[in-house]
Write a protein that binds this ligand. Sequence first.
Ligand code: 5GP
Ligand code: ZN
Length: 136
Amino acid sequence: MTDCIFCKIIAGEIPTSKVYEDEHVLAFLDISQVTPGHTLVVPKKHFRNMLEMDGAAVSQLFACIPNIARKIMTATAAKGMNIINNNEEIAGQTVFHTHIHLAPRYTEDDDLNVTFVAHEPDFPALAALAKKISKA
Ligand code: 5GP
Ligand code: ZN
C-alpha cells in the first residue's frame, strides 16, 4: 500500500532500527519508545489490522514473537513484557498496518497503563454473551 508508513519501512524507503527480519516478518523499534526496547512486529504483507487476517497469516506473524520477545528481555534485562495489539481507532490503533507491540517493563511507574478494571461478575449476562459469541 503506497501511503502506508509501515509498508514504506518494509520497502526500505524510510529508515528504521531493525531488530529482526525474516521472509514474512519485520521487527523494529517503535519511534516513540513507551519503555526502552519497545518493539513493533509487523507482517511484510499489508493488512489493515488483525481483524482482516486469516489464521495462517496470524500464525506466521506470531511464530517469531517468543524469540524476539526473549531477545529483547535478554538485551534490556527487563522484568516483564506486555504484548499488545490494537485494532481500529476506538482500540487505540493509529497506524493501519497490523503490528504487535512488545513493551518491556522495568517498573510499574512508567507510561504504560494496561490494567483492567475489575467488575462484579454477572454470571447470567456472561452466559448469554458467551452463547451469542459462540453462535456468531
Ligand atoms: P498503534 O497506536 O497503531 O497501536 O501504534 C502505532 C505505533 O507506531 C506507535 O507506537 C508509534 O509510535 C509508531 N510509529 C508511528 N510512525 C512510526 C515510524 O515512522 N517509525 C517507527 N519506528 N514507529 C512509528
Ligand atoms: Zn502497510
